[in-house]
Design a protein around this ligand. Structure first.
Ligand code: UDP
Length: 327
């Protein structure tokens, strides 16, 4: 079998990527410290527990599985936490990634798919965000991801490490077959927080700011279905295996939804009220993050066919009601 090392394979996006890799004929080898990930989410290949900062453990796993590529999902990814604890983000996301990249190069594994983010762009008024937009992150989360992008470029120059960088917009939804889904503790992301509020599992959703310069005053984001997102990763892996060279791709649909619009869509899909209140802005939030790129469609042949707002909410709601992990 052809092995792919998947860091963070026990997490939300990583577990869906493992499912897609398996379906494409690869064996996903999850490397995860299970701090935010779930053992139960590792269903499509072996689990190797370990930390990104443990070089000896990484060397052991590379030697055992001889992966053809790395997909690197493991990271801290909360804007609020990044504003409060930037050191955590620099240490975990940057130092951990550097150790992983060094281990991959030392093992001769020179194909690397990296989860980056639209948070690397920061605030750009009325600018279409494409892969050429200057990266001016507003928070340590985006800054840490931008730093890893730069590390990858340096390692390509020095060691020939080929990489595909995906800058995700907002990822939502769940595996429609219900095998894996989104499960963060604590949950901070808009759609799962909203579903918990609908279900009475938390008091109410607080809208983080209603005075932004947008049509309804709330932040606008571009939401992409996790299944579409991981399909792009398989295409990115094949791109590298066909020796097409290092490339950056935005992964978004180009449609922006405000927080209030997401609330309205959730009400329509679930047929339930969404308890919510209005609160202050969250530090580190950009007003609007919407992709203006067609590169992934044009060059990878990516078609985000599941990424409609009702579909994403319906899939997330189904998982919320029926799926969960014990540990
Ligand atoms: N948001 C909100 N209330 C919440 C969680 C999120 O108003 O309880 C807003 C958040 O401020 C942002 C948008 O919803 O404008 C998406 O936030 P999320 O944390 O889901 O993703 P991010 O954009 O930070 O990656």
């Amino acid at each position: 079998m052809t092995n792919v090392l998947v860091t963070g394979g026990a997490g939300y996006i990583g577990s869906h990527a493992c499912k897609a890799l398996r379906a494409a004929g690869y064996t996903p080898v999850t490397y995860d410290n299970l701090v935010t990930g779930w053992r139960d989410a590792v269903k499509f290949g072996p689990l190797e527990e370990g930390s990104l900062s443990d070089r000896a453990r990484l060397d052991e796993v590379f030697a055992q599985y001889q992966p053809v590529a790395v997909m690197h999902f493991a990271a801290l990814s909360q804007v609020g936490e990044a504003m409060a604890e930037p050191g955590l983000y620099w240490r975990n996301n940057v130092e951990g990634s550097l150790t992983l990249i060094e281990a991959a190069c030392a093992a001769g594994c020179k194909s690397f798919v990296f989860s980056s983010t639209c948070a690397t762009y920061g605030e750009h008024d009325n600018v279409v965000l494409d892969e050429h937009t200057p990266q001016e992150p507003l928070n340590a989360y985006g800054a840490s991801k931008r730093a890893v992008e730069n590390i990858l470029r340096d390692f390509e120059a020095a060691h020939g490490l080929k990489h595909v960088i995906f800058r995700y917009f907002n990822v939502a939804g769940a595996d429609p077959e219900g095998e894996v889904g989104e499960h963060h503790r604590p949950e901070t992301h808009l759609i799962p927080v909203m579903l918990e509020a609908i279900d009475g599992k938390r008091p109410a959703l607080t809208i983080n700011g209603t005075d932004y310069d947008t049509p309804d005053g709330t932040c606008v984001r571009d939401y992409v279905h996790v299944m579409d997102l991981v399909d792009a990763h398989v295409l990115g892996l094949e791109w590298l295996r066909e020796d097409k060279g290092s490339r950056v791709f935005n992964l978004g649909t180009g449609d922006g939804f405000s927080v209030r619009e997401v609330i309205d869509a959730s009400r329509a899909v679930t047929n339930r009220e969404v308890p919510h209140s209005e609160g202050p802005r969250r530090a580190g939030d950009a007003t609007k993050l919407v992709s203006g790129s067609t590169r992934a469609a044009a060059e990878l042949g990516w078609t985000p066919g599941r990424s409609t707002m009702p579909q994403m909410i319906a899939d997330a709601w189904r998982w919320h009601q029926n799926g969960h992990y014990e540990g």
